[in-house]
Design a protein. Structure first.
Length: 469
């Protein structure tokens, strides 16, 4: 059974605004640091990424949330290329994406979640499993020893009123500051205060290093303190209150066509991007105009070619007219002028979307009969893959599943084949409650031609496909 971070959960406006302000503050300060200053703070985490690898043509996928595997499109040569002892649900491997030239594979994983402000971070490996490096919240934990160190004290207050029930009411947290050697556990019931001392915290340079309090998949974050090597610094007080931020992390990586940046979404479908070779202490920037930073575009894809490299295809389920796909510019504004097509009259997100390699259109997966099931609980819900042609503005259905899910998928480099997840909901799943975390079982990878013919099973017990060129 696989638990996916929600792509359909409605955003809590007040909480989202507060978190967006906090995260944007970090991004604004840290994003302005030049490479020379960041490099002076410590070694780069990218390692030797210039080594050349020929494209494999292989399909990468995840098994059991704990290992990354490659398989040929014919179904042969199935092999494991990466795993980690701590990559286990709910902190396992979530999503994969090949760099456009096939030289690296980006993936989202929570195996270092206790040493990061994120529930899951982005990492890269080469096709042979070598060259492991951390992308978001770099460097990885093993590289902290090469930085100069300072000490940080921070006072935590659980300001949740005792008479209210929220995630923070539990009062048991794990606390971590970016660059610390170890997290610390603290029992902090509502109305109490504790001061923690973090020794040997890596100094990433002249900018704040965030602090996070963790309770399961809920996190509270603040851009806390500028660590100074050889000194003890007092961080601002950290007030923990309310329900926190669900799945604060980096999911669903998507590469820019030249391989220079990687975009991702967090638990509330806010889309951000980060350099493919980020320096320690560099955080993220919004993929959209800063005024649109709170736009919950759960599903998106960067343009597949140099001519479309600054174009972003993305979903929007906030309109009263229903969910639609938009085509805008990176950093651009969102509105009626960017709308391409509506895929539903309901305010729901699709499952996945990918450009066709030639830029002539795109494929997406969505619930075929969501509206019928929403009004008739006796019916079974299904999800299928559709094709939208930019020239004709027509949508055609590719798969034909009436009781099952075509969920995440990938397109072959020549645009002629699709590899996709096919799974089903548990028998006791509430089909009218797809706002909650979606759980699929019995997930396998299937192949189908783009014209809907030639369907066949590729590999069983497999998820999150990505097809190398």
């Amino acid at each position: 059974m696989k638990l996916f971070p929600s792509i359909n959960k409605p955003v809590q406006p007040v909480l989202l605004l507060l978190v967006a302000i906090a995260i944007s503050s970090v991004c604004l300060v840290c994003g302005q640091i030049d490479d020379a200053r960041a490099a002076a703070a410590g070694p780069l985490s990218s390692g030797n990424a210039s080594q050349h690898f020929e494209p494999t043509g292989a399909i990468a996928y995840v098994r059991n949330g704990s290992e990354i595997r490659l398989i040929d499109s014919t179904g042969g040569n199935d092999r494991k290329i990466w795993s980690h002892p701590n990559a286990k649900q709910p902190f396992g491997i979530f999503d994969l994406a090949w760099r456009p030239d096939g030289g690296e594979l980006a993936f989202s994983s929570g195996h270092e979640n206790m040493f990061s402000i994120y529930h899951a971070d982005l990492y890269c490996i080469r096709p042979d499993g070598s060259g492991y490096r951390k992308i978001t919240n770099a460097p990885d934990h093993k590289r902290l020893g090469s930085f100069k160190k300072g000490t940080v004290t921070i006072t935590l207050r659980n300001t949740q009123p005792i008479y209210l029930q929220a995630e923070s009411s539990v009062g048991v947290f794990t606390v971590y500051i970016a660059g610390a050697e170890e997290p610390q556990g603290v029992v902090l019931p509502p109305g109490t205060t504790r001061t923690l001392v973090f020794k040997n915290v890596a100094d990433y340079g002249d900018h704040p290093q965030p602090v996070v309090a963790i309770s399961g998949h809920i996190r509270w974050m603040m851009p806390a303190v500028d660590v100074v090597a050889g000194k003890t610094i007092k961080a601002p007080d950290f007030n923990i209150q309310g329900d926190g931020y669900t799945y604060l992390g980096a999911f669903n990586p998507r590469w820019k066509s030249d391989g220079s940046r990687i975009s991702f979404r967090d638990g509330y479908c806010l889309v951000k991007s980060v350099p493919a070779h980020s320096n320690p202490g560099y955080y993220t920037t919004s993929l959209f105009d800063e005024k649109e930073a709170s736009l919950p575009a759960c599903i998106w894809d960067w343009g597949p070619s140099a001519a479309l490299s600054d174009k972003v295809l993305y979903s929007d389920a906030e309109s009263e007219e229903g969910g639609g796909f938009h085509l805008g510019n990176e950093g651009g504004k969102h509105g009626q002028a960017t709308l391409l097509t509506r895929y539903t009259t309901l305010k729901t997100q699709p499952n996945d979307v990918h450009w066709l390699p030639d830029g002539s259109g795109f494929l997406y997966s969505y619930f075929t009969n969501y509206f019928d099931v929403y009004h008739d609980e006796t019916k079974k819900i299904g999800s299928n893959i559709f094709r939208y042609d930019l020239k004709t503005k027509k949508t055609t259905q590719v798969t034909n599943l009436s009781d099952g899910f075509a969920n995440r998928f990938a397109v072959s480099p020549d645009g002629q084949w699709i590899v996709y997840e096919k799974g089903r909901l548990p028998a006791d799943e509430d089909v009218n409650n797809l706002w909650s975390f979606r759980t699929l079982i019995d997930i396998d990878l299937w192949m189908i031609k783009i014209d809907g013919t030639g369907e066949r099973l590729l590999v069983k017990n497999a998820e999150s496909p990505s097809w190398s060129r």
